[in-house]
Design a protein around this ligand. Structure first.
Ligand code: PGA
Length: 254
C-alpha cells in the first residue's frame, strides 16, 4: 500500500475580501516550504476563486470550492455547477459540510448527488461526515457516519472513492474550540476506512481521511500522528497564516 500523502484543506467559509485573501495567500506562499511533504488547499467563497486561481497559478497551493450544485445546468437559480467551478480554477469541492446539512437542510441523497456531479465536472470531492453531540452521547456516532458514507457508496459506487477524500468532522467540535481527542477521532477514522475497505480493500486502504473540528497548531500534531488521520479540514485556524502554517508543518510531520 503506497503511503497516503497528507492533505491540509482550508475552509474559509463566509470570510474574507479581496485584500485579506491576497494577504493571506501571500503569507502562506512565503511560509510554505516547497519540499514539505503535504498537499495544501484553500477553499474561498465562490466569487474569489477566479482571482485566487491567478494568484496561485504555478504554486504549491491548490484551490477548491465550498459546495457545488448537484445539477450540471438549467433552471437552478443561484446555483453553481462543477464545470463552472473547474473553469475558474477550482479542482476540489467540499461537500456535505455540517453547516450545509444543518442550515440548508442538505440530506444524504442530495450530498451523494453533489458528489457524483463534482466528479463528473472534474472536481475531487471532499465528503464531510460527522455526528452531533446528541448523536455521540446516545452512542450513535458510527451509525450516523456510516449512513452518511453509505449514501455516497450506494449512489456512486466504491470506485468513486478512489478519487475523493473523506473528512470526519464531529459537529460538536466545529468552531467550538472543543476538539475530539486523537483516540476519539482515530476510532471513527478507522471505522470509516473499514466501511470502505469492506467494499474494496485497496480503495479503503488508500483513502485519505481528514479530521476537522477546532484543529489548531497546538493540537494538530497529536491528531495527525494517529494512523488513520491523513490531514485536516481547517476552518477558523485557516484564516491566520501562522496558525495554518503550523498545522501544515504538523501534517508533514515536522
Ligand atoms: P473549525 O471548522 O476548524 O473552525 O472548527 C472546521 C470546518 O468547519 O471545516
Amino acid at each position: 500500500m503506497p503511503a497516503r500523502r497528507p492533505l491540509v484543506a482550508a475552509n474559509w467559509k463566509l470570510n474574507g475580501n479581496r485584500d485579506s485573501n491576497a494577504r493571506l495567500v501571500d503569507e502562506l506562499l512565503s511560509g510554505l516550504d516547497n519540499s514539505l511533504l503535504v498537499e495544501v488547499l484553500v477553499c474561498p467563497p465562490f466569487v474569489y476563486l477566479s482571482e485566487l486561481a491567478a494568484r496561485l497559478e504555478g504554486t504549491v497551493v491548490m484551490l477548491g470550492a465550498q459546495d457545488v450544485c448537484a445539477e450540471a445546468e438549467g433552471a437552478f437559480t443561484g446555483e453553481i455547477s462543477a464545470a463552472m467551478l473547474r473553469e475558474v480554477g477550482a479542482r476540489w469541492a467540499i461537500l456535505g459540510h455540517s453547516e450545509r446539512r444543518a442550515l440548508y437542510a442538505e440530506g444524504d441523497d442530495l450530498v451523494a448527488r453533489k458528489f457524483a456531479a463534482a466528479q463528473l465536472g472534474g472536481l475531487t470531492p471532499i465528503l464531510c461526515v460527522g455526528e452531533t453531540l446528541q448523536e455521540r452521547e446516545s452512542g450513535r456516532t458510527l451509525e450516523v457516519v456510516g449512513r452518511q458514507l453509505e449514501a455516497v457508496l450506494d449512489h456512486c459506487g466504491v470506485a468513486a472513492l478512489q478519487n475523493a477524500v473523506v473528512a470526519y468532522e464531529p459537529v460538536w467540535a466545529i468552531g467550538t474550540g472543543k476538539t475530539a481527542t486523537p483516540d476519539e477521532a482515530q476510532e471513527v477514522h478507522a471505522a470509516i476506512r473499514r466501511m470502505v475497505a469492506a467494499r474494496d480493500d485497496r480503495i479503503g486502504g488508500g483513502l485519505r481521511i481528514l479530521y476537522g473540528g477546532s484543529v489548531k497548531g497546538a493540537n494538530a500534531g497529536s491528531l495527525f500522528s494517529m494512523p488513520d488521520i491523513d490531514g485536516g479540514l481547517i476552518g477558523g485556524a485557516s484564516l491566520k497564516a501562522a496558525e495554518f502554517l503550523d498545522i501544515c508543518c504538523a501534517a508533514a510531520g515536522q
